[in-house]
Write a protein that binds this ligand. Structure first.
Ligand code: NAD
Ligand code: DAU
Length: 339
């Protein structure tokens, strides 16, 4: 079994690569990554010498390079993680989101059509459903919830999902899609809420909470997401969408307070800053389908996962300090300087 994993030098993709190489010693994993600001080759150092692993620096929009790789590797499956993934960056500059998230997805699926494939899996997001109101805790996103996006990021991911379903219906491509809630865990890029707050708290820097911090996200430990994708690519029904989420809704402000408490820093570091434009209020996944069909359920409780995550950032300071000392400084100044 040969699986092409795109975006494998990023947060969830790298965790998935580790999960697969560990669980399936006879599988070949070919990681394709453009190594954008969010991709980090050092993350993959532990598997670089594994004979079942290959890394290839390719932009998924580069049709010629992708076709050449398919000719070399004859993959059985593709799992497409590669994406521009940060909502705030999409608000600043949508164009690259359209290129990678939509066009790149089409290129990967065209390669699958041309060379044949057992499964194309699209890693999507709960953000394609838009948001839920705070005063309706009885509402959840199901796979039937209409697509109703808010940001350029979520719109580009929704566009990709629609293309994936169209390639299934029109060309019979054997696809599956997973729509997961917010992940957290090791190798999470420090522009995102949890690692940003951990890094800032450790440095006694202000903790920038957008608006009142009342927005709700449904947090899932990254390994639980990787197990869900593993189950879907092996046992999921072709043409189907599977929601993935842990019934773990939390307000942003509460997450930041927990991080302060765990690290032993005062809540006075919390600074309320200008809200995100078009900020989604609440995400909440109904994971009944993947539970009933594939037996998936989350295994890591948030109180354990957040402790493990903080410990990982303490033990791997070099990884994230290198990231935040470079170009990231300019991004941070631009995003937070005048908020
Ligand atoms: P990430 O930003 O950490 O990693 C993205 C990776 O894709 C990076 O390694 C980057 O170099 C690579 N990449 C970007 N453009 C590329 C291109 N044109 N060609 C090849 N590689 C390219 O993102 P993440 O948080 O790991 O998210 C991975 C996927 O999961 C994305 O599709 C995202 O939409 C989806 N997702 C993320 C979450 C979450 O909470 N992080 C939740 C649900 C779904
Ligand atoms: O729901 C899945 C999505 O989760 C994925 O599709 C995205 O790729 C991923 O980035 C994530 O999107 P969010 O916008 O929910 O994540 P982020 O970590 O950027 O923000 C989480 C919440 O925290 C959100 O309500 C905005 C808020 N926030 C974020 C940052 C970076 C702050 O209050 N302050 C911050 O500095």
């Amino acid at each position: 079994m040969t699986i092409i994993v795109t975006g494998g030098a990023g947060f969830i993709g790298s965790n998935f690569v580790f999960h697969m190489l560990d669980k399936y010693p006879d599988y070949r994993i070919v990681c394709v990554d453009k190594l954008t600001y969010a991709g980090n080759l050092s993350t993959l150092a532990p598997v670089m010498d594994n004979p079942n692993f290959r890394f290839s620096k390719i932009d998924i929009c580069d049709r010629e390079a992708i076709y050449k790789l398919f000719e070399e590797e004859h993959p059985d499956m593709v799992v497409n993680f590669a994406a521009e993934s940060h909502v705030d960056r999409s608000i600043e500059n949508p164009e690259i989101f359209l290129d990678t998230n939509i066009k790149g997805t089409a290129v990967m699926m065209d390669a699958c059509r041309k060379y044949g494939i057992k499964r194309y899996h699209q890693v999507s997001t709960d953000e394609v459903y838009g948001d839920l109101p705070l005063d309706r805790p009885d509402l959840f996103f199901t796979e039937e919830t209409p697509i109703h996006t808010s940001s350029p990021y979520s719109s580009s991911k929704a566009g990709a999902d629609l293309l994936v379903l169209a390639y299934h219906r029109t060309y019979g491509l054997p696809v599956t899609i997973s729509r997961c809630s917010n992940n957290y865990g090791p190798y999470h890029f420090p522009e995102k809420l949890i690692p940003l707050m951990i890094a800032n708290a450790l440095a006694d820097k202000p903790l920038p909470v957008y608006g009142e911090g009342l927005n709700v996200r449904d947090w899932l430990y990254v390994e639980d997401h990787c197990r869900a994708i593993d189950l879907i690519i092996h046992n999921g029904r072709v043409g189907e969408v599977y929601n993935v989420g842990g019934h773990n809704e939390m307000k942003n402000i509460d997450i930041v307070k927990i991080i302060c408490k765990e690290i032993g820093k005062p809540e006075s570091l919390i600074t309320h800053v200008t809200d995100r434009k078009g900020h989604d209020m609440r995400y909440a996944i109904d994971p009944t389908k993947i539970h009933n069909e594939l037996g998936w359920r989350p295994e890591t409780k948030f109180e354990d996962g957040i402790k493990k995550t903080i410990q990982w950032y303490l033990d791997n300071k070099e990884w994230w300090e290198t990231i935040i000392s470079g170009e990231y400084q300019n991004y941070y100044e631009k995003m937070y300087g005048n908020r």
